[in-house]
Design a protein. Structure first.
Length: 428
């Protein structure tokens, strides 16, 4: 079939008159809400990237195109978080490409996928790169269909499972600050790691994500959960309220017009659809034990239990953690977050004793800080916005890092990306 050509727009690094071959776009699936950065060396590949970024199939993705190839990418990620996908172009021959990539590997997160666009139709190089953990090797010139099809193939491949991981937050008792921790961690993942997050407020009657994030969306989780048959990517797009560049909220109605008695699998469909569309789904699960809360917690990739350092919390946290361990025998135990620690005049169980009784370590200990949390809540701000240097903001970063497996941004992300470790193993 004849392929169409598209004229490159005036802006961007590519020459205004670069022609981009579209290729056969018929079978190309839409790309989910991922971050993509390309580092090109030729104007042709840059033009393909820019045109691809404007295609409707890429409307949900965040795409940035730079010039400078692999060396520019390696410099850039020395001080910036890595996106879900890095596309690098290199005109070099096999051994030099591999050497350049090993520099990039030192500053890339292990979760980040890499596509290489080369100028040599070299099957041995292709095999070597794929063997080292590169997702795909394309040979320039690349059509738009090849580019988008490759990206969609990497991120919506049923064999590799859903794109997004689900982190579920629950309190050991009412009012321990579980929702506050949940919203702040979601915000931190979105703003610091620049990864798209869907924050689902499952506390339909009393949820506070809308207040905490200063949003007043008309619909949200209620529509999703009451019409599971209609739940798909298009309906999800309509129900999400955009709170920040990478933070999307499925808000609770927070009204009492109806009662919310759900059956066990009520939230499965909305969570599955969200998981196909974003790298990270964060669920604020209310403090209650019902068929559906148990199901959401049992099915999540990671569970975070937030507890305050006192006796009823300890008993409940123990029951929750023991039950979840039994329900998820092949997963790591839930993470424990100790909150409201150091409340004046309150006799407290020391954190080490509390965690010791549960047989796990606390992932984070958050001090009781009513001035900071009160001011943030009143202003509809996250703690990282109200005071980025506070202990609480640091703790939210720790939790976000532990859950996502992302390396600390300030230190070198050495060896995180599989390609380097494979190089090391080879040398040994
Ligand atoms: N570390 C803290 N220091 C001071 N106040 C805090 C802290 N963490 C949370 N809070 C405050 O505690 C209150 C309860 O928090 P939140 O609504 O997050 O708790 P929850 O466990 O989700 O409650 P619920 O059981 O109602 O869902 C909020 O006003 C919040 O601002
Ligand atoms: Mg709550």
């Amino acid at each position: 079939m004849a392929s169409a050509t598209i004229r490159q727009a005036e802006s961007g690094p590519a020459a205004a008159d670069t022609l981009v071959e579209a290729g056969n776009m018929h079978d190309v699936r839409p790309v989910p809400r991922i971050t993509i950065q390309a580092f090109c060396e030729s104007e042709g590949v840059a033009a393909t990237m820019e045109s691809a970024a404007r295609d409707r199939r890429m409307a949900r993705a965040h795409v940035k195109t730079h010039m400078g190839g692999i060396p520019a990418a390696a410099d850039f990620y020395g001080s910036a978080p890595t996106p879900n996908l890095v596309i690098v172009e290199s005109k070099l021959a096999a051994s030099e490409v591999v050497a350049d990539l090993s520099r990039l590997a030192q500053v890339c997160d292990s979760e980040t996928k890499v596509v290489v666009v080369g100028h040599h139709n070299d099957i041995a190089l292709y095999r070597e790169l794929v063997g080292h953990g590169v997702s795909e090797y394309l040979v320039a010139p690349v059509t738009m269909a090849e580019m988008i099809g490759t990206i969609a193939g990497i991120f919506s491949n049923p064999e590799t499972g859903p794109l997004g991981r689900v982190f579920a937050f629950v309190g050991a008792k009412g009012g321990t600050g579980s929702s506050t921790v949940c919203h702040n961690v979601a915000w931190t993942i979105a703003s610091r790691f620049r990864n798209d997050v869907v924050l689902a407020d499952l506390d339909l009657a009393f949820g506070t994500a809308n207040i905490n994030l200063d949003q007043d969306p008309p619909q949200g989780i209620a529509e999703a959960v009451f019409s599971p048959d209609r739940m798909d990517e298009i309906l999800l797009d309509r129900l999400l309220a955009k709170c920040a560049e990478h933070l999307n909220l499925l808000a609770a109605p927070s009204t009492l017009e109806r009662t919310y008695d759900f059956e066990k699998n009520a939230f499965n469909q909305v969570i599955e659809v969200a998981q196909r569309g974003v790298p990270c789904v964060v669920a604020d699960v209310p403090h209650m034990w019902s068929a559906w809360t148990k199901q959401v917690l049992a099915a999540a990739d990671q569970v975070v239990v937030t507890a305050a350092p006192e006796l009823a919390n300890l008993r409940n946290a123990k029951n929750l953690i023991d039950t979840l361990k039994e329900l998820r025998p092949n997963d790591a135990p839930p993470r424990l977050v100790m909150n409201l620690v150091g409340m004046p005049k309150r006799p407290e169980i020391p954190v080490a004793e509390f965690a010791g009784a549960l047989g796990i370590e606390a992932t984070a200990v958050i001090p009781f800080d009513p001035a900071l949390f009160g001011a943030a809540a009143n202003n509809g701000q996250m703690i990282g916005e109200a005071d980025a240097k506070s202990v609480a903001a640091e703790r939210f970063e720790t939790i976000a890092q532990v859950l996502t497996g992302k390396a600390e941004l300030k230190v070198e992300k050495k060896g995180a990306f599989s390609i380097l470790s494979r190089f090391r193993r080879k040398k040994a």
